[in-house]
Design a protein around this ligand. Structure first.
Ligand code: NDP
Length: 246
């Protein structure tokens, strides 16, 4: 996947929503999708970071982006319905969703894991992802070629000590992806997959591995081929899969 070469205009005229678009992998994906022709809807909790990405997209001359400031930990189904109505009015459809925003939570044993943090992690990583997907399905169904991408992790496939709610949330994400992919399998115009980015040079990785030399991992920009592949037409027909970006 690392060596996939995306056509320059791969995402021309596509409308794509990216969560956690202000930083790390989400930021790189938003910029990369825009560079390949997409109108990107930047959703995240820190407006200043979203503004920065918006400005970068504008300065590069890519299609004008849109900003949706939203804290996924607090958001309710009413917020998601409102967002869907807004997008319906503005665009009438959605060709892609990258569910990327996540919380790391604590790196502690289950025995001492703080239950409040557990709920926060599950709320952002799983519950809000479900609610957002549900609210936006009529918009992705209106697309002639839509891709929904969830973000997994190695610890979402094999449980590992001290990864707590984060690991459990990523198992749930894989489950949500599989259930939805199976439900939509009859529709060739929509595919549902997951990406495991692998160790990538971001703030989250630095929090999880404070002693690691950040330079030892690829940058978010370097893992974009897998994101472009799943978002673009070359992955048409691929659904229900969990792929590695590295
Ligand atoms: P970062 O922490 O660098 O970025 C996460 C983004 O999600 C930030 O923009 C953050 O916003 C946003 N976010 C977090 N909580 C919320 C919330 N409540 N509401 C809205 N937005 C929120 O993480 P990465 O870029 O490293 O991770 C991206 C994805 O990749 C995640 O799903 C992660 O689990 C996964 N992943 C990453 C790996 C890695 O090595 N980096 C490895 C495996 C998986 P803000 O900027 O305001 O903090």
């Amino acid at each position: 996947m690392y060596d996939y070469q995306a056509a320059e205009n791969l995402l021309q005229d596509k409308i794509i929503l990216v969560t956690g678009a202000g930083d790390g992998i989400g930021r790189a994906a938003a910029l990369s999708f825009a560079a390949h022709g997409a109108t990107v809807i930047l959703l995240g909790r820190t407006e200043a970071k979203l503004n920065q990405v918006y400005d970068e997209i504008e300065a590069a001359g890519y299609p004008q982006a849109a900003i949706i400031p939203l804290n996924l930990e607090m958001a309710t189904d009413t917020d998601f319905d409102r967002l869907a109505a807004l997008l319906e009015e503005e665009f009438g459809r959605l060709d892609g969703i990258l569910h990327n925003a996540s919380l790391l939570g604590l790196r502690t044993p289950i025995e001492s894991y703080d239950p409040i943090t557990w709920q926060q992690v599950m709320q952002v990583n799983v519950n809000s992802t479900f609610m957002l997907t549900q609210a936006l399905l009529s918009l992705t169904n209106a697309s002639a070629d839509a891709s929904i991408i969830f973000t997994s992790s190695g610890v979402g496939r094999t449980g590992k000590a001290f990864w707590g709610a984060y690991a459990v949330s990523k198992f749930a994400t894989e489950g949500l992806m599989q259930v939805l992919a199976d439900e939509l399998d009859h529709n060739p115009n929509i595919r549902v997959n997951a990406i495991n980015p692998g160790a990538t040079r971001t703030n989250m990785r630095a929090s999880a591995y404070p002693a690691e030399n950040p330079e030892s991992n690829p940058t978010p920009e370097e893992i974009m081929p897998a994101y472009l592949y799943l978002m673009g037409r070359d992955s048409r027909g691929t659904t229900g899969k969990s792929i590695d970006a590295q």
